[in-house]
Design a protein around this ligand. Structure first.
Ligand code: 5AD
Ligand code: SF4
Length: 443
């Protein structure tokens, strides 16, 4: 095969969707004979799978690509490919190639499946291969995936987003929402479970609207169908839009024997004025009602969220509404972000952009608040025994790790044979959000 004895290294930026795309890129490289390299230094093909959701994600990728200039000068055969959300932006592929003429291959999110063709063109014809499509095409089901996250497996259920939150670039770089067929999703889940995967995470920009473009299909139904598959596995999904979280879905989750008791429900802001400017299509009261609905059917469900500070015109009063709702809900975890201006989005043109110093002070206060909620919440774990799916080894902590049904991470002494097994861990110490414990049993 054309890449026999060659090694590849993929650098992924951004979300789980991108990490899973990288598994597909790795599948293509393996199909052509390549094997993973330990680091970029001993790779023959280096792929940058980029993200553009915030400015720092783009800067990081550009910095790392730029750093390869010297290596490429010494090794002319090295192939450098750049793809993902950053290259999908209008005019970005051209500007990247201009800035970094040593890049060999560029493609976007809509033609991930063309990676093989572009690689062959570069190798056979020794020509630069740049191809980015303006529009999304049909979902392409062929292609190999080289999974790297055992015992977890990610499964795409839909691509793209129709929501156009005013700050967000995703609808521009991932296209309109398209659902995969239920049959294809179920077949993939079934084969993953048969292959020994213990946790399936269904992926979409907004999983709650799955099936709206298909006949008689919905996310609630999909949860039921996946939950009916035989095997001992957990089911997770992300990410959710609060406006599309229906009672049907919550009922399906509460009845499912496989669904984990956790949900990621991005709130973004706690002020109605900001939510409206963001085009989120819900109010703080609507959001609180969704929380009530979730807790009515699944009283102990863990709710995590995404929160942004410093959206244009955000006042101290708006921010205190965010702090207030964070206290009211009691999130089990929160990803916090400073608003980052994205070119081509409606918020880019809004007046009242917030100075960085103000946003920084707000995010610090928000992180402090959430940390104190996490610390308090962790205390209830002390002395309890929880069921953990052992996921792997943490080099830094020198311990094995895994999560419980609520998504809480625990660290404990174990051995390699337990990776992929459900184990019982007695919690002996709690830090901020993570737990420390002792292995007391194996399921
Ligand atoms: N600036 C900052 N954060 C953003 N997010 C999306 N767009 C932006 C932006 N322009 C955050 C949202 C989203 C998460 C994935 O990233 O909180 O839920
Ligand atoms: Fe972006 Fe909003 Fe779509 Fe999420 S729902 S991807 S924040 S536009």
């Amino acid at each position: 095969m054309i890449l026999d004895n060659k090694k590849y290294y993929i650098i992924t930026y951004g979300c789980q969707m991108n990490l899973h795309d990288s598994e597909k890129l790795a599948g293509t490289l393996e199909e052509l004979g390549a094997k993973p390299a330990e680091s970029e230094k001993d790779a023959d093909v280096i792929v940058f799978n980029t993200c553009c959701i915030r400015d720092n994600a783009e800067k990081k990728a550009e910095g790392n690509i730029g750093a390869l200039k010297g290596i490429k000068r010494k090794n002319k055969d090295l192939i450098i490919a750049v793809c993902g959300c950053m290259t999908q932006q209008k005019g970005r592929a051209e500007s990247l190639v201009k800035k970094f003429p040593f890049i060999d291959i560029v493609f976007g999110t809509h033609n991930l499946h063309e990676f093989k063709e572009l690689l062959l063109k570069r190798i056979d014809k020794r020509k630069k291969a740049v191809s980015v499509y303006d529009k999304e095409g049909d979902i392409i089901e062929d292609g190999r995936t080289h999974r790297t996250s055992y015992p977890n497996a990610w499964v795409n259920i839909s691509y793209g987003c129709n929501n156009f939150c005013t700050y967000c670039i995703v609808p521009y770089v991932r296209g309109r929402e398209r659902s995969r067929s239920e049959e294809d999703i179920l077949a993939e889940c079934k084969s993953l479970i048969e292959a020994g995967y213990k946790e399936i995470t269904l992926l979409g920009q907004n999983v709650n609207s799955y099936g709206k473009d298909l006949e008689n299909r919905s996310f609630a139904r999909l949860i039921e169908k996946v939950s009916e598959l035989d095997g001992d596995f957990r089911l997770r999904f992300m990410t959710n839009h609060p406006k599309d979280l229906t009672e049907d879905l919550v009922v399906a989750l509460s009845k499912s024997k496989k669904a984990c008791k956790s949900i990621h429900l991005p709130i973004q802001a706690g002020s109605d004025r900001i939510l409206s400017l963001m085009n989120r299509k819900y109010t703080r009261e609507d959001y609180l009602n969704k929380i009530e609905l979730l807790r009515k059917y699944i009283p102990d469900i863990a709710i995590t969220t995404d929160i942004m500070v410093g959206f244009p015109t955000e006042t101290e009063e708006d921010f205190s509404d965010t702090m207030d709702i964070v206290k009211k809900v009691g999130f089990s975890g929160a990803f916090t972000f400073i608003y980052s201006k994205r070119s081509g989005t409606p918020a880019e043109k809004m007046e009242g952009q917030i100075p960085a110093s103000v946003s920084k002070s707000r995010i610090m206060r928000l992180i402090d608040l959430q940390n104190s909620i996490n610390r308090e919440d962790s205390k209830r774990y002390l002395g309890k025994t929880v069921e953990i799916l052992c996921e792997g080894y943490d080099e830094k902590k020198k311990k094995y790790l895994g999560r419980d049904t609520y998504g809480r991470m625990a660290y404990f002494k174990a051995d390699e044979s337990l990776v992929g097994r459900f184990v019982n861990v007695k919690i002996t110490e709690t830090g901020g959000i993570s737990l420390l414990g002792e292995l007391v049993g194996v399921k």
